[in-house]
Design a protein around this ligand. Sequence first.
Ligand SMILES: NC(=O)c1ccc[n+]([C@@H]2O[C@H](COP(=O)([O-])OP(=O)(O)OC[C@H]3O[C@@H](n4cnc5c(N)ncnc54)[C@H](OP(=O)(O)O)[C@@H]3O)[C@@H](O)[C@H]2O)c1
Length: 315
Amino acid sequence: MPADAQHNLSASRGRRVFLTGASGFLGRSLLSRLDPAKYEKLYCLSRSAPPSAAPASVAWLRGGLADTSAYASALAGADCVIHLAAATGKLPPKEYFAVNAEGTRRLVKQCQQAGARNFLFVSSIAAGFPNQSRYYYAQSKAQAEEIVRASGLRYTIVRPTMIFGPGSPVLAGLAKLAALPVIPVFGNGTAPVQPIAVADLASFIAAIVDNDFFSGETLAFGGPDVIPIEELLRKIHLLLRRSNAKTLHVPLALLLPALTLLEVVAYPLLPLTVGQMATFRFDGTARPNPLWNERRSQLQSLDAMLAAALAHDAR
Ligand SMILES: NC(=O)c1ccc[n+]([C@@H]2O[C@H](COP(=O)([O-])OP(=O)(O)OC[C@H]3O[C@@H](n4cnc5c(N)ncnc54)[C@H](OP(=O)(O)O)[C@@H]3O)[C@@H](O)[C@H]2O)c1
């Protein structure tokens, strides 16, 4: 075993880790990558039932971020808190703030009180978008980042790009659009995206925890390939329908004011929101960092992740 691996193993053995969001798309992948041999106890907070096959080192705590009594005692003695839980998808605006911002505030406060020092917060690339007007998810993630930065805890903030893999909620949404006979492309379709494989992102997170890398940085992680959003939709269409896509460009200058008006009267009924248009408007790529550069050549290509995930999801 190389010397640095030996060091990491002994550094993490006997540690206690507290994880939120373990039942979600990213959390399930991360759970399978946190080596139980390295951790004395892994506390998972979730409102869902535990998975049927979890290692004995996993203690599943039933509850939400607001139920501080369900998890406060588990934070005492936790070496590291990995906070993935979030309100995702299309929800009433107040839910994003209640879970993502206020939920994070509560968790941070409990960490401060319990003396849990190291905090890994999974945010989103959207938290850095230049215009977050009516994008409540992005606003709530940006607020949560500020809560973490001001907490006095040792922290790392991880901003993933869109995450792909079997069961990816974001890929499912894009596939719905891309499967249409004519794909609607909002705006000019040139906004760059850089999807990352869920397994690769989970490995980055595990590496941060294993190496005790909490130096107050905000690290963005994407995959190895950057392409315009329209080209991504075309690739998905080709894989799903085995034919080249036809597209229809919908000008954002028309769509955004119309959606803004409609959101005021019919937000819950709309299939699309102004916030969701952000993917078509802004640069969704990650600035490289040393950890990403180190592993870049090993990351799953976009073509490989699309082929595997779409084949899996079609079953
Ligand atoms: N998927 C992406 O493309 C993407 C991209 C960028 C960033 N992210 C971020 O990555 C993280 C994981 O995303 P994901 O795709 O895995 O999300 P997901 O599949 O929607 O899972 C959300 C998780 O949050 C938990 N959760 C939600 N509300 C909660 C509450 N009130 N209290 C406690 N737990 C709660 C859920 O657990 P229970 O329902 O079991 O309680 C679930 O485990 C999130 O922070 C998300 O913002 C995701």
